[in-house]
Design a protein around this ligand. Sequence first.
Ligand SMILES: NC(=O)c1ccc[n+]([C@@H]2O[C@H](COP(=O)([O-])OP(=O)(O)OC[C@H]3O[C@@H](n4cnc5c(N)ncnc54)[C@H](OP(=O)(O)O)[C@@H]3O)[C@@H](O)[C@H]2O)c1
Length: 276
Amino acid sequence: MSLKSVLKRCAKFLVYGQPVVNKYVSVAHIDDNKLLAGKKILVTGGTSGIGLSVAKKIIAAGGEVIITGRSQDKLNNALKEIDSNNCKAIVFDIANITSIKSKFLDVVDLFDGKLDAVVSNAGIYKQKNFFDYTLDDYTRTMDTNFTGAFFLAQATIKYWLDNHIDGNLVFVSSERGIMSDVHPYGLSKVVCNSFVEGLAKQYGVNDIRVNAVAPGITATNINNINPDGNLWFDKRRIMRPEEIAEVVKFLLSDASKCVNGQIVACNEAYSVNMDC
Ligand SMILES: NC(=O)c1ccc[n+]([C@@H]2O[C@H](COP(=O)([O-])OP(=O)(O)OC[C@H]3O[C@@H](n4cnc5c(N)ncnc54)[C@H](OP(=O)(O)O)[C@@H]3O)[C@@H](O)[C@H]2O)c1
């Protein structure tokens, strides 16, 4: 812990009398049991955080993965870290909506014509005072966090229906999508959750599954929290990216075959209402 955070904690204790809580978490995981053997899975935004953890889990579970991101350099670093022949990468800016159809075909080609599942994870987070949002802030957030995922889902589901594939789509949403919100980030996740339920309802009969994880605050680059540091902040536990990835792995696997149209909150009940 940095000197600055130690001093901050001391000051907080002196002013509010709040006890300092130190929380560290070791992540349990389902045994490496080839749960995803032979599955070819696209993960958008796989260069860091939750997406990178998901990619590692897929490979450990016997699957093949293509990760995406906006920069070749960051993709190269992620490929180096993952260090597996079962991982490929492609520059694919999900906010470039008009390129999605052709990028999707590039992904299918890179997988030699077969794609079993997609993890729509790419996202950005920018929060300001409500009155300070510009149209550019709004559009960037919506395009990256929702509109891109919408058109990727459209291309993917069409491909699954045309090729009679029992596809599996997992969105990385947010607990913010379960709550009411005025910020573009939260709103992008609210729409995402409705989309997940709608798609599952519509294409469940075609054996296509669509679910989401809705993480609470997770220690990644998006909020500059170190997953190996104290995971206690503002009276709540911070999640580790691997924990979220473990739930994504379960949703991607046949072990969750009876689960469809669900938003799985991964936030230690933070978004559960309790009126009594
Ligand atoms: N961390 C949290 O507290 C938290 C909580 C709830 C939900 N989430 C959600 O989790 C998802 C992953 O975020 P993270 O926390 O793992 O943060 P992160 O480490 O910053 O990862 C974000 C990923 O998205 C990619 N990305 C951003 N814009 C993109 C674009 N236009 N096209 C393609 N890829 C793009 C980034 O890749 P490049 O920068 O290389 O392009 C990076 O790989 C997001 O959807 C986020 O909303 C996070």
